[in-house]
Design a protein. Sequence first.
Length: 186
Amino acid sequence: MQLAIQEPYMLTIQPDDFFISPRRLDENFGTMICFHRRYDLGDEHNYGDNEDFLKDLYLKTVWNDEKGEEKYDRLLDRLSKQPDTPFGSREYACAVNQALMAEIEKEHIVLPLYLYDHSTLAMSMESFVGRAVHAEWDSGQVGWIYVSKADIRAEYQVDRITPSVREQAENRLKDEVRIGKPSFLK
């Protein structure tokens, strides 16, 4: 606990033993989906991993039914047969993510979330590599923040999403991630 007194005021600073994430109290424009084995980050979800999340968002974008599942399976099958993306390889996983994101981004704005864990925690929508000490070891992508284009149109009361509206929406997502740029970042 810290104490500062300047008459007629007294200020005390102490740890919050009952901290509740602002993600759970406030209404948020975007949804944060994060995966970390030690920290409870972002919004609550039931996804087992990143692949589950991207598949679900993909199915919500195409058709969340048997046709959507068939389209998803055809996509995976097509990518696994390409010589430069053999099934199970890192190249295959990247190709799957890129193909899913190409479809998802037709109906959503989806931005990556990175975590820096080096005696403090910081979250950003940009990689910490080159901006923080030891970031190449102590940081990485932990998830995504996204909003549907339908929600953007409703929030901004527009029929179509212009580059200006998209920029406003992305800035709003960034504001939800960035509570303040940590002083250790370049």
